[in-house]
Design a protein around this ligand. Structure first.
Ligand code: ADP
Length: 817
């Protein structure tokens, strides 16, 4: 371990409150980033309880003989050996082992390799607990004493609103705690002045997504995955027996999980705390809605109840009571499923790993930037950016939702949620409407064509389902265009057909493309495209696809002068696993692909680790866009990533080989980890996956060998991820509204020149005119310019140790070539 000096920052990290998937990834990121930035890093086991208990039999691990390394790397002498062993060694955690050795010791110094392999493990490996003592001042005083005894001056707390409230109290009270400790002579005046300030940074780990001032909390996306898997499974048995299921999901004060699951799984009804049912007689309101679904031919009924659901009088709505009503009033064979702790379990999904990693890194930066004048921060996510917000304000605002609900001010409670929450809720409502109470006047109803373009992507069907349901609720006719533009051109057959409410019912969870899709484009046959749109009286067109869909809308727009049939309102929902549509931060399908990549890499990593000394070269799809490779590398803990944007050259590959040699040489004998490289299929035409694999085999000698794995089409994913499904629904509603608005003004006499791509920019949804997209399009390489994720490549290098260990050049230096 590194010898500390006076100025070395000592950071401790703890996890507290309810566990959440992704907490380990956050601890890992704090540890690695802290070490990279020259700090000493400690983990506190068992949350606040561990901090209060401190270290009883403190036996310093530093006196142990250093573990035997796998072998020396005889390369560049000035970067070899001890210097790196210092950073890359094991800390007390691995040296002590997890069992008896840790008895009585709760605060341990960690080394780089202590957190190896933590990314894909659910829960929290450093333990969490609820701690009554910390709620009392004496408990917090002891915690402060333990921190000061070890010289720790910064604390990163990963937990829910309770844990962060505790952190905020510790921050507020710090000076008075020090006064008391000095008065009782537990600390010296010198210690008091040295520790006059404690830097506290909060990271929100909470599966409910109930913290204000951040759009998402660590663990919520994974919980949503678990819920969706469960509700999808329940769906098939419900359908078989024509049953109703009432599913209880977590969410004491926040309906995020229920809304997202309802949308992603195509549920029929939801109950959440922030928005009680409209009428006092909610039982009849619910029964009427569900009855109409059954009358439309549905064989299953799914009702999702958030654990904290309330009626207008704040009376809890409980699943057993809901089930009773359904049985008695609708004579449905009804079962209750309480998902409970299953929702906390399992591997973190890709998004949680990414979120936790980025927030852990930012927490360390916040600690290092802190001065006595800066406030304590909570690391949040706003507008797709990791941001620091005031911990005190966030704690206060979070309590605001609860207060509003208590005062029955439900509008206020909803307003305190972010706009995405409200849009998702609206999308859910529309997806369940049957009947004509939301129909537009006769003259404003449209025939809206829906077409899939290009390769399939997870969430295309969910988008189509939502678009169709929204159209039907508004009185429009949703027209399915089967088999892409080829299907549209076909004279014979039934290439264009209206979609019915029931027909799309099960499409939310289906992968692939229910409509059928291919790479044919309008430019291949403009005449037939125009004729078909006219023949079918199509008033507006929704295209769902990747770069092809963007190309198609450009073509149609540009040909408007010659083809009046194209003078209709048109919109594109970007849907592609490559996430290469310019301007948008996320395309539908990219989250599914990222999860498929993460799952595949977990399996590969396991195999690589089992054989102790293997490097896997994993090839991903993505065309000339490195999104999937880069973000995938960060989410899986890959050691190196190669992308088409930066390309590859001899110098780079050479320094990567040096890095791997040094890294393997630093492993403790017999404990070598499997390592892997992610290479986008188009990263280089010379340094192919095969070439790289063979070269590593040759160069690794006794230190490591290598294998290749090509993920190919598996990345399209099987079942689309719930995030993709919910995102697809939200975008579909916005697009149909856009088509509606523009067509209405056309009917009023204005010329309809609208053609837009719906994009997510700084986390906000916007219908961007095609020209806006073209401005940032790199058509030659079929990708956008300057995407938001470019800088993440640097983090891959930092967190894999490459940045520290490699001589020669670093990857991002190629950016300026
Ligand atoms: P979560 O962090 O998941 O919301 P809890 O509400 O149970 O979970 O809080 C976890 C721990 O944080 C508690 O056991 C307690 O030690 C501490 N804590 C919670 N609220 C406070 C508070 N108001 N003051 C001091 N400590 C608190």
């Amino acid at each position: 371990m590194t010898k500390s000096n006076e100025n070395t920052r000592k950071i401790a990290v703890l996890t507290s409150g309810g566990d959440a998937a992704g907490m380990n990834a956050a601890v890992r990121a704090v540890a690695k980033m802290g070490l990279y930035r020259g700090c000493e890093v400690f983990i506190v086991r068992e949350g606040w309880a561990g901090l209060v208990a401190g270290n009883v039999n403190a036996a310093p691990a530093d006196v142990r003989p250093p573990p035997q390394r796998a072998g020396k790397y005889h390369g560049n002498q000035d970067v070899e050996g001890e210097k790196f062993a210092a950073t890359f060694g094991e800390g007390e955690l691995l040296q002590e082992g997890a069992g008896e050795g840790l008895k009585g010791r709760h605060i341990l110094k960690v080394g780089w390799d202590d957190v190896r392999g933590w990314m894909d493990i659910g829960g929290t490996l450093i333990g969490t607990a609820r701690c009554a003592e910390f709620r009392e001042k004496e408990g917090r005083e002891t915690a402060a004493f333990n921190l000061i005894s070890l010289g720790i001056d910064a604390l990163v707390v990963i937990g829910g609103d309770g844990s962060l409230t505790g952190a905020d109290r510790l921050r507020g009270e710090w000076p008075s705690l020090l006064d008391d400790l000095e008065k009782s002579k537990r600390i010296s005046a010198e210690q008091r002045s040295k520790h006059a300030h404690l830097t506290i940074t909060g990271i929100v780990g909470s599966i409910d997504n109930d913290m204000a001032m951040t759009d998402i909390t660590i663990g919520a996306p994974t919980a949503l995955h678990r819920i969706s898997e469960a509700v999808d499974s329940i769906g098939s048995t419900a359908s078989s027996h024509s049953r109703a299921f009432v599913v209880e999901v977590m969410g004491r004060h926040c309906g995020w999980l229920a809304v997202m699951a309802g949308l992603a799984c195509g549920a029929d009804y939801i109950f959440i705390p922030e928005r009680p049912p409209k009428s006092e007689d909610w039982e009849s309101e619910m029964c009427n809605g569900l009855k109409s679904h059954r009358e439309h031919g549905k064989r299953k009924t799914i009702v999702i109840v958030a654990e904290g659901a309330l009626d207008r009088q704040l009376k809890p709505i409980k699943p057993a009571y809901v089930a009773d009503i359904l049985t008695k009033r609708l004579q449905l064979d009804t079962r209750v499923t309480t998902l409970g702790h299953v929702q906390r379990g399992g591997k973190p999904c890709a998004y949680d790993r990414l979120l936790a990693t980025l927030q852990g890194v930012e927490a360390v930066e916040a600690v290092l930037d802190a001065t006595p004048q800066t406030p304590s921060y909570m690391i949040g996510l706003k507008e797709n950016k990791v941001k620091r917000v005031s911990l005190m304000d966030a704690v206060k605002a979070t309590a605001g939702v609860g207060d509003a609900i208590e005062k029955k001010d439900f509008d206020q409670a909803l307003q305190l949620r972010d706009p995405e929450f409200l849009e998702n809720l609206e999308a859910f409502d529309y997806s369940t409407i049957v009947g004509d109470n939301k129909h537009l006047p006769e003259g404003q109803r449209l025939r809206i064509g829906i077409i899939h373009v290009g390769a399939p992507a997870g969430g295309m069907n969910a988008a189509t389902r939502e678009a169709a349901r929204f159209c039907l609720a508004r009185g429009h006719t949703p027209l399915a265009i089967y088999n892409g533009f080829e299907g549209l051109w076909a004279e014979a057959g039934n290439g264009v057909q209206p979609l019915s409410w029931l027909q799309v019912d099960n499409w939310s969870s289906r992968g692939g493309s229910e409509l059928g899709t291919n790479r044919s484009l309008p430019a291949d046959d403009l005449d037939s495209t125009s004729k078909a749109l006219q023949n079918h009286n199509i008033d507006a067109l929704l295209m769902i696809g990747g770069y092809e869909a963007y190309t198609a809308i450009q073509t149609l727009k540009n040909a408007r002068t010659n083809y009046p049939a194209f003078q209709i309102s048109m919109a594109v929902i970007p849907a592609t696993l490559s996430n290469n549509v310019p301007l948008t931060e996320f395309s539908v399908g990219s989250d599914t692909a990222l999860n498929a990549l993460v799952d595949a890499c977990d399996a590969i990593k396991q195999s690589a680790a089992a054989s102790r000394n293997r490097v896997f070269v994993v090839e991903t799809q993505g065309g000339k866009c490195g999104y999937l490779a880069t973000v995938g590398a960060l989410a899986t803990g890959a050691n190196i990533v190669y992308t088409p944007e930066l390309g590859m050259d001899l110098g780079l590959v050479q320094s990567d080989v040096e890095f791997l040699k040094r890294r393997f040489a630093l492993d403790v004998k017999g404990k070598s980890d499997g390592r892997f490289i992610i290479r986008n299929e188009k990263a280089s035409s010379v340094y192919s996956t095969e070439f790289l694999t063979n070269m590593l085999k040759e160069e690794g000698k006794e230190l490591f060998d290598s294998r290749a794995a090509n993920l190919g089409h598996t990345l399209q994913g099987g079942t689309p991820s719930p995030i993709d499904r919910a995102r697809a629904c939200r975008l579909a509603v916005r697009c149909i509204k856009f088509l509606e608005d523009n067509s209405t003004s056309r009917q009023a006499g204005a010329k309809d020149e609208s053609a837009a791509v719906i994009v997510i920019e700084n986390g906000q949804v916007r219908l961007a005119p095609v020209e806006d997209v073209s401005k940032v399009a790199d058509d030659k390489n079929r990708r956008g310019m300057d995407p938001w994720w470019t800088h993440l490549k640097h983090l891959v290098e930092v967190l894999s140790g490459r940045r520290t260990l490699a001589g020669g050049r670093h990857h991002e230096e190629r950016m300026n070539k």
